[in-house]
Design a binder for this molecule. Sequence first.
Ligand code: FAD
Length: 459
Amino acid sequence: MSKKENIVIIGAGLCGSLLALRLAQRGYKVSMYESRPDLRTTDISAGRSINLALSDRGFKALRLCGVEEKARDICIPMYGRLMHDREGNTFASSYSGREGEYINSISRGDLNGILLTEAEKHENVTIHFNTECTSVDIENTVAYFKDYNTKEEFSVDGDVIFGTDGAGSALRKSYYLERKFLFSYSQNFLTHGYKELEIPADTLGSHQISKEHLHIWPRGEYMLIALPNLDGSFTVTLFLSYDEGEYNFNNLTSEEKITEFFEKEFSDALELIPCIKDEFLNNPTGALGTVKCSPWHYQNKTLLLGDAAHAIVPFYGQGMNASFEDVTVFDTILDEHEGDWGATFKAYEKARKEDTDAIADLAIDNFYEMRDHVANPLFKQKRKLEMDLEKTFPTEYFSKYSMVTFNEEIPYAEAMKKGRAQDKALLNMVAHHDLDVITDLNEVLKKVQEETNEILEED
Ligand code: FAD
């Protein structure tokens, strides 16, 4: 394999631009095609600032590519959740009992811009914007495109084609349509969708609520969350059913009903969202789904990465982190198999699939946890116990959340298995009032570890 060979990447989002950067650093010639305009020069956010929670798995990949510090410069640390009840009372819950473990709010557009700029610094990378891939002939590694500037249609013959074109991947569709191999595919939508709103900065340009927290208004059937932006605003996301319950996206169609819903359920937030009616009626409603598929590759010719291979619901804040981790794992596999794309793709998928399936399932679990359980007294007690254990035994006890979010060396599948067993053990203890009897934290830790091991052995 010659490093000069032509690598085609479809989709210059978060995963594609990081992959392009890494492959360029390794000496490959990369041509990347993106359906949207260049987000560094065109405002494609419809006036909204969209942010994401970036954590340790994401940072590890950014570090590998030499862009960690650039990303950290535009991060806002969030040390825990701040829950808002219907009466406007708040209570905080840390993400970790250990010092220095927090998640970060980062602008999707700014981070993507950094990655594009870093990739473009390499003369062996060319990025074509406004160019949509319409299909891929996977057998002959030819990708078909439409250029929205010139309205021309053209094809590109790559030696290898990567699909990092997100949840609606054109490469993945071609796997299905071409029927060259047995391709398994599932897409499961939640009955809930999401809508982004905004809490603007105050008149001094400052944040109106704590910027050190990810804010949650958990209401069982629905949920509002808010993440801070550098300009003093918050991006607020409402998760709501399309058609179930008293209030849903299908019936919230009048200004009166929207106001009634927010006054009743989120009155403290309503005071902070001045353009609620306008935003609610005009901002799009997005669907939330999980995509699982296999295989991700076709022979030595094509490979799916990021959301194109494994789109997940956003409730663990891990979709981007997992997509970045794809690049870390791929890079390690490339070290072992460089020169043989077929072996590289096969080994990569074998190493990665179990973990991306696990984070997909964990993200669904967290939907219910954030929506319902965070306000439940048993859950609160369990979470407090976990924080005490992490504080007291920082090198011995790691909650499921910590393993997933802050322990990038623990694969997702392992974090899920151990974390779920640990959660069961802790909830058993809390529900059975064991803590009335066992007050020494050393004893508590011992019992949790023993019960966790028993549960793991039973499974
Ligand atoms: P994308 O970001 O979707 O990028 C795909 C790119 O391909 C886009 O630029 C697109 O324009 C382009 N493209 C698509 N089709 C074509 C085509 N046919 N031809 C050419 N180009 C094409 N993750 C986190 O880690 N933390 C969070 O807090 C978080 N919050 C989220 C909140 C919400 C509401 C949602 C929906 C997702 C969230 N995620 C979060 C998940 C995260 O957004 C995705 O996992 C991440 O964007 C995946 O990156 P990607 O590059 O694989 O796909």
